[in-house]
Design a binder for this molecule. Structure first.
Ligand code: G4P
Length: 521
């Protein structure tokens, strides 16, 4: 096996998706401990412990405690090279959160057993689904009384519409929790309180009578047998294509079932996958270097106006100082300043392989979705999809004299992918669309900091955008409750107040085809 193939095979690039508070930070910390990047848990989280990395990122990030250095975490574990991409939640939810999912080969979905499938998980799940990537489920907080395991599996299947396969089965929960029956590795993992696990092979389980004859165990075994008979069969093919999710039960905080989960995950998860271009599919093993930009982090240092572009390597080997071409502009550029993200530090990277994420200095030449390649054969990857915004505001410059700067700032920030811009039909007002409040805050901050323009927002609020298939629509059908706007390509988009007004409109106008861009396969 040559070196490139070997490096590709040992890479696992994934994101952890969950609703806030399900335990993503806690689980990530445990993984970092396994990888020896941190010695103890509690060092990652910025907000609560106040230990966020000292860096000169933009003020707004400091205020919110978002640590950009932790947006990609790389480490070695059991001879694998692990790249974890962060998908910020809460009010930090932005289009970047979605775009990050275009740069991974698999995802880990955390579900809190006391809550089940929650809204933000559904949104992120849909994006993974669109890409057909494998999704591994970790049902967390088994040390608490939660929903019944069978109910949780049913919820995953019904709400998310994906087959589930329990890799292990919990025996009790909360105070009654005895451990998990690991059907994949054929061991019973015994719960002994915090940070301790005892592994009992199935063949020896009958000898441990305090477990095998425990009423909770007997009950769990009944449920489990039901699942064996009526549940889905495990299919690695389905898992690799995102059609079945292997489900693990455990407790992140107690570090229970986490390592077994992680080992199984890295065994089964996809290595870096080929990537589709407009013409063909690029294999990671190809000698030619290629990659694409999925995120641009602006203004880390306001004095220099520099930006960092996050590049996912798709094929070949990245070497620092190499000259590449940007597909969109056909311009050659030498990549001298490049960084890799090792847990809490950014380090200059000399080499990177498919599946790796590197940060490259952006003097203002990149856009989200740009393809970079070496050699003469042009590579142009498929576009990164546009994600439907949920939050809309009307925006104007506070000082009308600043119109020119305002226009310039908006154009540049929209091009960069920081926010989506629409124009109201009829009035031509500027309307911004974002998937979370953070995007609006960042826009406001950057307009002031970089273009010296103070903006005024007039809230339009949450809306459900639907693109109109037919551009020759009767514009009189729209009013303030279903506002009509045009996107940056000039296509009509109707913004509905809520599900009710959407259905009402659709019932009245069945011939008008409304497109939900988040529901496309
Ligand atoms: P997030 O990144 O997904 O938002 O979640 P995070 O890891 O911060 O966890 C949210 C809360 O859930 C934290 O408690 C955390 O300690 C707790 N938690 C995580 N895993 C488990 C688990 O396996 N069992 C139980 N019982 N709790 C768990 P907190 O009180 O909000 O914060 P903290 O003060 O403990 O940091």
């Amino acid at each position: 096996m040559n070196n490139l193939t070997n490096e590709i095979d040992r890479r696992r690039t994934f994101a952890i998706i969950s609703h806030p508070d399900a335990g993503k930070t806690t689980l990530t910390e445990k993984l970092l401990v396994f990888g020896n990047v941190i010695r103890s848990a509690g060092t990652v989280k910025g907000k609560k412990s106040g230990k966020f990395a000292t860096s000169d990122w933009m003020e707004i990030e400091k205020k919110r405690g978002i640590s950009v250095t932790s947006s990609v975490m790389s480490f070695e574990y059991m001879d694998r090279h692990i790249n974890i991409l962060d998908t910020p939640g809460h009010e930090d939810f932005s289009e970047d959160t979605y775009r990050t999912l275009t740069a991974v080969d698999s995802a880990v979905m955390i579900i809190d057993c006391t809550k089940g499938v929650e809204p933000q998980t559904i949104k992120l799940f849909k994006v993974c689904r669109m890409r057909g990537i494998p999704i591994f489920t970790f049902i967390n907080k088994l040390d608490r009384e939660g929903k019944e395991p069978l109910e949780l599996l049913e919820e995953i299947e019904e709400v998310l519409g994906i087959e589930s396969y329990a890799m292990n089965w919990p025996v009790g929960m909360g105070k009654r929790f005895l451990g998990v029956y690991d059907r994949y590795n054929e061991v019973f993992i015994r719960w002994q309180g915090k940070e301790e696990e005892q592994h009992i092979p199935f063949s020896e389980l009958d000898d441990v009578k305090e477990i095998s004859e425990h009423p909770t165990f007997v009950q769990a075994k009944d449920d489990f047998e039901l699942l064996e008979e009526a549940g889905n069969d495990f299919s690695i093919e389905k898992v690799k294509n995102g059609l079945q999710t292997p489900v693990f039960f455990g407790s992140a905080i107690a570090n229970f079932g986490v390592e077994m989960f992680f080992r199984t995950f890295i065994d089964l998860a996809n290595e870096p996958q080929p990537r589709q271009t407009v013409a063909e599919s690029v294999k990671p093993q190809s000698e030619q270097f290629s990659g694409f930009i999925f995120k641009i982090q602006a203004n880390m240092n306001p004095a220099h106006r520099d930006r960092l572009a996050f590049l996912r390597v798709c094929s070949g080997v990245f070497e620092r100082g190499m000259t590449v071409k940007v597909s969109r502009t056909d311009k050659a550029i030498k990549l001298t300043q490049s960084q890799q993200f090792l847990a809490s530090d950014r380090e200059t990277v000399e080499h990177a392989y498919p599946g790796d994420i590197i940060g490259i200095y952006d003097p203002g030449v990149y856009q989200i979705g740009d393809s970079l390649y070496s050699g003469n054969q042009q590579v142009e990857f498929d576009e990164i999809p546009t994600f439907a915004p949920e939050l809309f505001v009307k925006v104007t410059a506070k000082n009308v004299m600043k119109g020119k700067q305002f226009g310039k700032g908006i154009t540049q920030l929209v091009q960069e992918g920081a926010i989506q811009l629409y124009r109201q039909y009829g009035t031509d007002d500027y309307i911004l669309g974002a998937v979370g409040q953070l995007q609006l805050d960042v826009f406001e901050y950057r307009m002031k900091g970089e273009y010296n323009v103070e903006v005024v927002y007039q809230m339009i609020g949450s809306k459900i955008p639907r693109w109109l298939e037919d551009q020759k629509v009767d514009t009189n059908l729209f009013d303030s409750r279903n506002m009509l706007v045009k996107d940056r390509n000039g296509d009509y988009v109707a913004l509905f107040d809520n599900d009710f007004s959407l259905r009402w409109f659709q019932d009245k106008n069945p011939k008008i085809k409304l497109i939900d861009i988040m529901a496309q396969d």
